[in-house]
Ligand binder design. Structure first.
Ligand code: LYS
Length: 251
């Protein structure tokens, strides 16, 4: 069953049919349509009724530089790249790690932050890859966390959840031994839970990038240029320090 689902997803990713909007068409319309998850604090989330977060603010900054208004679309994480290839929006900014498999289906921009997947557990729980042997681990479906946890030799039951916050909740409720998620998200969870959970080792590193439909090179070029500008004119540094208290760009 799991194998069938994966194959279908791969197929949907590879078979976008209609044409994506070109840069010229976007520019002419004056509005760019951007998709994100809206459930991955502090990167993209809904606060009150407002979509906010590091990636939301960064994308707004890029759009301003490009002289465009923004129309946001939120989608469950594992639908985002499929919707991109169905031309439901112009690009995705949703903390996608650049992986060879995803790069077959979409084009990635230059990375807008560097991070990794880290273990979080309750005190006394597994802190290293070796310690995950035989343990129950919670991860969000469709993510690099799932892909990498599956590779841990002897790992016990890997439980998948639609949202990252659901996977964290499973750890807090004691239904799993560990949660593997983004290292910055983990730092925030540890802080918020005041010692009820602790962060263990980082399992893997990843570079995070925006995605455009495969072949949409005009838009990709504009996004990369706007990102390069944000990285040098101080706007990226300001947004990053607001959300993380540090600069999270790839070094
Ligand atoms: N960075 C992870 C990935 O690339 C997950 C990010 C989104 C989690 N809500 O799959």
């Amino acid at each position: 069953m799991k194998k069938t689902l994966l194959t279908l997803t791969a197929l949907a990713l590879l078979t976008g049919s209609a044409e994506a909007r070109t840069w010229e068409e976007i520019k002419r319309s004056g509005t760019i349509k951007i998709a994100t998850e809206g459930a991955f604090p502090p990167f993209n989330m809904i606060k009150g009724k407002q979509l906010t977060g590091f990636e939301v603010d960064l994308a707004k900054e890029l759009a301003t530089q490009l002289g465009l208004k923004v129309q946001w679309v939120t989608q469950p994480f594992d639908n985002l790249l499929i919707g991109l290839n169905q031309d439901r929006y112009d690009f995705v900014i949703a903390s996608h790690g650049i992986t060879p498999e995803r790069a077959k289906a979409v084009n990635f921009a230059n990375p807008h932050y560097c991070t990794g997947g880290a273990i979080v557990t309750r005190p006394g729980g597994p802190m290293t890859a070796a310690a995950l042997k035989g343990k129950k681990v919670a991860v969000q479906v469709g993510t690099t966390y799932l892909e990498n946890v599956r590779k841990v030799p002897g790992v016990g039951d890997v439980k998948t959840f639609p949202k990252d916050t659901d996977a964290q909740a499973a750890l807090m409720a004691g239904r799993v031994d560990a949660w593997v998620g983004d290292k910055f998200t983990g730092i925030d969870l540890v802080k918020a839970q005041k010692g009820k959970v602790i962060q263990g080792d980082m399992l893997f590193k990843e570079s995070i990038a925006m995605a455009v439909k495969k072949g949409n090179s005009g838009l990709l070029k504009e996004l990369n240029a706007a990102l390069a500008k944000a990285l040098t004119n101080g706007s990226y540094a300001k947004i990053s320090s607001q959300y993380f208290g540090q600069d999270v760009r790839c070094k």
